[in-house]
Write a protein that binds this ligand. Structure first.
Ligand code: 5AD
Ligand code: SF4
Length: 449
């Protein structure tokens, strides 16, 4: 048995890809280890979305390389692989900066890892593969899955054609590609058979999903309806959506499918129409707010999360205030916010009126204070109310289980009767910003045990 250490950075798509890398290597005698100092192969599955994320990889390599050297003195070989979006964007530059890296492989060719590893182990050569091959990696990756968690990710779409002017994704992940319906359904069935209760469909632009099959055009709504009928499914989610692709059929699906959780991640990035235009987002604030109100009309318990970028080139105080106003209007359950990071090769990086770091820091802090307040308020609103939790793992204390609410809040509770994978009704007895505590409700009479 060879030991494999995989560290994952960035988005859920990378989490999914890392699971697939493990599944690819397991039949070749690799077992996953959580200690890189004893690994035969170390894979860093990287993220390039912001400068900080990319730089993290070089500091991690700075920690790993001395271990590789130490082990080499004892006669043990360690192979270092840089995969993911930094690999795609920087290619052989990674080996120039850090010659102890053996393989650099982008997100579209990692299915060749078994072949690459066996090649370099025989010849001590280096491999850099950042191609976008004609055959899609999903065609090579079997739908057979080993890694099935109570909450499992399933990639249905990859890449992006939107070319937002701040974003590297269309360059690192390539253009939009939707996986065949049949492969997705087969993979979902396997995940459910292996114990998954919740499936989260993934895609950089998941709601742009589009595929022709059985003389029908399949969009995300149709796919969700189909998956909701599979045996064993308890919860469905999808992320990340673009407002432009939030069509009426998909909105309607939220009112029809009880398994579809009433929680939607819908990044707006800015609440100012001029900035949205410069970002090339393809919508204005009105369109975004219309989607929110249509969804609320169809499902009144729905809540929203979002992504924001502050300090995009040309963002005035007034434009920033418009973002704060938008946040107040929507009232988010949770949100991510970032300082604009200039990414080489993107249109935003060469725009005039770049905003200085200090202003970005100030704006981020103001926005985050508001978002945090909304998150705490949202969590507090469940005090003494009921929430359903899907038990995912054991808690820190004995007898405790932890899981997620429909709104992805972490909830812990004491209990001897239920097990991981159960859906449990709880009364919320304490709330915080990042987690809630619940107490079991006796299902027969609604009383609290
Ligand atoms: N700078 C800052 N944030 C960015 N994001 C994407 N590109 C950048 C960038 N250049 C953010 C967006 C996106 C999230 C995944 O990362 O908010 O929705
Ligand atoms: Fe990036 Fe925009 Fe595509 Fe999202 S929609 S991946 S932000 S280019």
């Amino acid at each position: 048995m060879k030991k494999l250490f995989i560290k994952t950075y960035g988005c859920q798509m990378n989490v999914y890809d890392s699971e697939r890398m493990y599944e690819l290597l397991a039949p070749h005698g690799y077992k996953q280890s959580d200690d890189y100092s004893e690994a035969d192969v170390i894979i860093l599955n990287t993220c390039h979305i912001r400068e900080k994320a990319a730089e993290k990889i070089y500091s991690e390599l700075g920690r790993i390389v001395p271990i590789k050297k130490k082990l080499a003195k004892k006669g043990k070989k360690t192979n270092i692989v840089v995969a993911g979006c930094v690999a795609q964007a920087e290619g052989s530059e990674i080996i120039n900066r850090q010659p102890f890296v053996d393989i650099v492989v982008g997100p579209q060719t990692y299915h060749k890892l078994p072949e690459f590893l066996s090649k370099i182990q025989k010849s001590s050569s280096k491999i850099v593969d950042t191609n976008f091959p004609v055959e899609n990696k999903f065609d090579t990756l079997e739908h057979n899955r080993d890694v099935a968690n109570v909450t499992s990710f399933l990639s249905i779409q990859e890449g992006c054609d939107k070319f937002c002017s701040f974003c590297v994704v269309p360059y690192t992940r390539g253009l939009e590609y939707s996986r065949p319906v049949i492969k997705i359904i087969e993979e979902a069935k396997i995940l459910l058979k292996k114990g998954a209760k919740e499936i989260c469909l993934l895609g950089q632009n998941v709601n742009a999903y589009s595929f022709s099959y059985n003389k029908k055009d399949w969009n995300l709504a149709r796919l969700l309806r189909e998956l909701a009928g599979l045996e064993g499914i308890k919860r469905l989610r999808y992320m990340t959506s673009h407002p432009v692709d939030m069509n009426d059929d998909l909105i309607k699906a939220h009112g029809e499918i009880p398994f579809l959780m009433p929680y939607l991640h819908l990044p707006i990035q800015s609440g100012d129409d001029d900035i949205l235009k410069k970002m090339n987002r393809g919508y204005d604030v009105k369109l975004y707010l219309d989607i929110i109100s249509k969804l609320k009309n169809i499902r009144d318990d729905i809540a929203f999360s979002s992504d924001f970028i502050v300090g995009f080139p040309g963002e005035t105080d007034k434009a920033f205030n418009n973002t704060l106003e938008l946040v107040k209007k929507v009232n988010y359950a949770q949100a991510y916010s970032f300082k604009y990071s200039r990414r080489p090769g993107t249109p935003g990086s060469i725009m005039k009126n770049q905003i200085n770091e200090q202003i970005k820091t100030e704006r981020l802090s103001i926005l985050q204070q508001l978002l945090n307040k909304q998150q705490i308020h949202f969590n507090n609103s469940f005090m003494d109310n009921k929430l359903e939790v899907l038990a995912e793992k054991k808690g820190k204390k004995g007898g405790q289980l932890v899981g997620k609410s429909p709104y992805l809040q972490s909830i812990y509770f004491n209990n001897e009767f239920n097990k991981i994978g159960d859906l449990v009704k709880l009364k919320i007895i304490s709330t915080g910003k990042n987690s809630l505590e619940g107490k079991l409700i006796n299902s027969s009479n609604g009383e609290i045990n």
